[in-house]
Design a binder for this molecule. Structure first.
Ligand SMILES: NC(=O)C1=CN([C@@H]2O[C@H](COP(=O)(O)OP(=O)(O)OC[C@H]3O[C@@H](n4cnc5c(N)ncnc54)[C@H](OP(=O)(O)O)[C@@H]3O)[C@@H](O)[C@H]2O)C=CC1
Ligand SMILES: N[C@@H](CC=O)C(=O)O
Length: 434
């Protein structure tokens, strides 16, 4: 095998460590597939004392100075796995400007600066790849860029955060509390270094930003995504959903309606039990794409974790190494993105589930129904759940499709309606029968 492609790796945590393991353990196989040997030459770390014993055994060089990587002419590819926006964005820019190909799994940077970085890579005639940024080990970026590129894509929707899917599964199946479920996800290496990004839906929003930009050929940013996390989902919503034939999942949903424009949302959704996404559990992610030629296609696999994510990152490294050996490239042109047209909130429709704590006395339902009717919200079903000792009761209401604007306005009114003591939760319902 003639050429050796050398890597400068930034960060040696969960995923960085996984890349070292996979490239070393599968070295011969990878070399045969890539057509060259691939070697991690230098790893940027803050403190070598933090390295895990399972990584220390591999023969790689370490530095705490980025310039040792940028100025090393032997290093062809910089793999950024330090996470968060800063200084990762500046490190990626510096690598591109030094003529290094870049591979990253950093959706935080991509969701804010993706378009600018594609342009910078193009100007410097280098590759910029990011398969690991969405869906962990699931191939989804390359399918959108290549295999499905002939389609007009109308929607892309899925479970794109492994931590929250793991938590919801453990809360549903083992009755774990929210806090214990999060602690388990962190111990397994699924959560972000700041796990609020996972539970507040921000990580999923970053991923849906990246997916929707590629799918709809327009540069969305995080500000274009309406975000709700699972932090307000109570164990009783999960249990009521089950009684009603639904499961609760945190979904990223992006739609491109030629007339009304693009909608991009992350929120907990009640899915009918027979929906294909309803049985995607644990750390698994799944992404559903609808294209005018392909119809529906679903991509599923482990959405987080050391080796699954390293699998995607190493796939990018191999692809880039092949491009280097064949003197070609796999760049996205930043200037090909069309101007975006976002859908206004009064045109964005979905059925909803409400759980309200109300006074248990006659006339309450009529007051609530007239509040909803004032916003053109039509009730599909109502169930009174728990009658509590203090004269209060829980009311579950499921509506037909309502606009996001009507939902927001009716929430404001319900919150000050004397008979409503608390609006406990509001979830979207993805049910074709409503
Ligand atoms: N974990 C997962 O399942 C997935 C992660 N990703 C993405 O992959 C990236 C890496 O995630 P992950 O491995 O989980 O994160 P970790 O926190 O486990 O690892 C990050 C590593 O980078 C190091 N680091 C941070 N800042 C610097 C710096 N300025 N200079 C040198 N080293 C630095 C940290 O060192 P220190 O030990 O000193 O803090 C740490 O070892 C993130 O962008 C994440 O979003 C994508 C898909 C899945
Ligand atoms: N924290 C993320 C890691 C992968 O992107 C997740 O849980 O999905």
């Amino acid at each position: 095998m003639g050429k050796t492609v050398k890597i400068g790796l930034l960060g040696c945590g969960t995923v960085g460590g996984g890349v070292i393991i996979v490239l070393n353990e599968n070295r011969d196989d990878i070399a045969r597939k890539a057509g060259c040997t691939i070697e991690v030459k230098t790893v940027l770390v803050r403190d070598k004392a933090n390295l895990k014993p399972e990584i220390k055994k591999y023969n790689v060089g370490y530095t705490d100075n980025l310039d040792d990587i940028l100025n090393d002419p032997e290093i062809d590819i910089v793999v950024e796995l330090i996470g968060r926006v800063h200084p990762a964005k500046e490190y990626i820019e510096a690598a591109l400007k030094h003529g290094k190909h870049v591979v990253t799994a950093n959706k935080d940077v991509l969701a804010e600066y993706g378009k600018a970085l594609f342009t910078l890579a193009e100007e410097n005639h280098v590759d910029f790849q990011f398969e690991g940024a969405v869906g962990g080990g699931i191939p989804i970026i390359r399918p959108l860029r290549s295999c499905l590129a002939a389609n007009k894509i109308s929607s892309i929707m899925g479970i794109v955060n492994g931590t929250t899917n793991y938590m919801l599964t453990r809360m549903t199946e083992a009755g774990l509390s929210y806090e214990n479920a999060l602690a388990e996800a962190q111990a397994k290496g699924y959560a972000e270094s700041d796990p609020t990004a996972d539970v507040e839906g921000i990580d999923a929003a970053r991923k849906i930003t990246v997916l929707a930009s590629l799918a709809f050929n327009t540069a969305l940013t995080l500000k274009d995504v309406h975000i709700e996390g699972i932090d307000n989902v109570d164990a009783c919503d999960i249990s009521y959903a089950r009684d009603l034939g639904y499961v609760v999942k945190l979904l990223g949903v992006a739609k491109n309606d030629p007339e009304n424009g693009i909608t991009a949302n992350v929120y907990p959704v009640m899915l009918p039990k027979n929906h294909p996404l309803a049985s995607v559990n644990d750390v698994y992610n799944a992404i559903y794409v609808n294209g005018d030629a392909v119809g529906d296609a679903m991509f599923m696999g482990r959405g987080a974790g050391r080796l699954p994510t390293a699998s995607a990152v190493c796939g990018d490294i191999i692809d880039t190494a092949r491009n280097i050996c064949n003197n070609c490239c796999g760049r996205i042109k930043g200037n090909l993105f069309e101007e975006k047209k976002m859908c206004p909130p009064e045109k964005e429709m979905a059925p909803c589930y409400f759980r309200l704590l109300v006074n248990d006395r006659p006339g309450v339902l009529a007051a609530i129904a007239s509040t909803l009717a004032a916003q053109q919200m039509s009730i599909a079903s109502v169930i009174q759940k728990n009658v509590l000792e203090n004269g209060l009761a829980e009311l579950i209401i499921i509506t037909y499709k309502v606009s996001r604007l009507s939902l927001e306005l009716s929430m404001r009114t319900l919150q000050v309606l004397p008979v409503v003591k608390k609006v406990c939760s509001v979830l979207r319902v993805e049910d074709p029968n409503l």
